[in-house]
Design a protein around this ligand. Sequence first.
Ligand code: ZN
Length: 321
Amino acid sequence: MEQWLVGVDLGGTTVKLAFVNMYGEIICKWEIPTDKSEQGKHITTHIAKAIDEKLRELDESKERLIGIGIGAPGPVNMATGDIYEAVNLGWKNFPLKDRLEMETGLPVVVDNDANIAAIGEMWKGAGDGAKNLILVTLGTGVGGGVIVNGQIVHGTNGAGGEIGHITSIPEGGAPCNCGKTGCLETIASATGIARIATERLQQTDEPSRLRDVWKQTGAVTAKDVFDAAKENDTLALQIVDEVTFHLGLALAHLANGLNPEKIVIGGGVSKAGSMLAQAVARHFKRFAFPRVAEAADIVIATLGNDAGVIGGAWLVKTNML
Ligand SMILES: [Zn+2]
């Protein structure tokens, strides 16, 4: 009987689940809403139920399943599988591994959500098997995962790979959710790009496609910026240049310390595609040590929302077999 790996990507709004085979191919994937009531205490019960129901639906028994690899939105104590804190879920020192093992009767391995997405891209996505890889996720925030010699870099207290909080504007930057100011996240997240665009629109009267959108809808999004830039709108191109300058600079600093083979850009903003990758690469090349720049390929993530569940499955495969 072919055995399956269970990948779980736990987010603030939905829990994504998948049964995955040994080759990293998804057999079946689905999602359930994240129940954040009562400090998220029901989340593990719901995951266990969802797995049981899916097995029943597929007329399969639990013997099929080897274990669960789960990514959570917060720093992880790798020794215990506890989540130090997940503000999104209301968790503080939450014993995720213990609870989920108890509820499912399956062995569980826990990691951070951005890290499992990076592992997913390494295994089956844009990483193309590269063992030294940086994933930067441009979504509502900026997340990241760093893989060195095929291993996730967790660091001393679970905060390794926090690319979004590299300081880009040392003085006078916008406030960040982490408590600092001027973090990369305040510039290169979808929220950051929209904020910068609004500021630039307010600073001039220059006619622009982007200004038309702004006047019509009262707001601009990161997608509006890239759409206008693709049509050669001058103001939008300037904003893209400003954002990718900071991304290229931060990634070059990081790459100079790691010498990666692949830098994968994921998250909603990465739907901008090759235009984004090329603009980041242009700035990256200016700031990276030449030998580092030569080795590093900057590419767009290919797994989309599946990266996390595939990375979770990889954790099971490498830790439980
Ligand atoms: Zn920050």
